[in-house]
Design a binder for this molecule. Structure first.
Ligand code: SF4
Length: 83
C-alpha cells in the first residue's frame, strides 16, 4: 500500500485531496457522497473509482461536511476552493 492511499483524485476540473493526518474517520463525507469515498482498514477516507459519479455540488458539500476539514479541493488552476 502506498504511503498515502487517500491521496488526491482528479474529478473533472477539480482535484480533491484527503489529508490522512486530519481524517478522523467520522464518515460524514461518505454520508454525503457515498459513491466518492469509503473508509479503509485504518478508518481513513479513500476515494472510490465511482467518485466521478458524484456532482461537483455534492463533492463540495462532502468537503464541507468533514468535521476536520480533511478534504481539500483545488480548481484546475491550482487555486484552493475549500476549505
Ligand atoms: S468526513 Fe472527514 S474525517 Fe470523516 S471520514 Fe471523511 S475525510 Fe475523514
Amino acid at each position: 500500500m502506498s504511503v498515502n492511499p487517500s491521496g488526491s483524485r482528479k474529478i473533472r476540473n477539480w482535484t480533491l485531496t484527503v489529508d490522512r493526518d486530519l481524517c478522523i474517520g467520522a464518515a460524514s463525507c461518505i454520508a454525503v457522497a457515498p459513491k466518492a469515498y469509503a473508509l479503509d482498514n485504518e478508518a481513513k477516507a479513500i476515494f472510490l473509482d465511482t467518485a466521478d459519479n458524484e456532482t461537483d455540488e455534492v463533492l463540495l458539500d462532502s468537503a464541507k461536511a468533514c468535521p476536520t476539514a480533511a478534504i481539500i479541493i483545488h480548481d484546475e488552476k491550482g487555486k484552493q476552493i475549500y476549505p
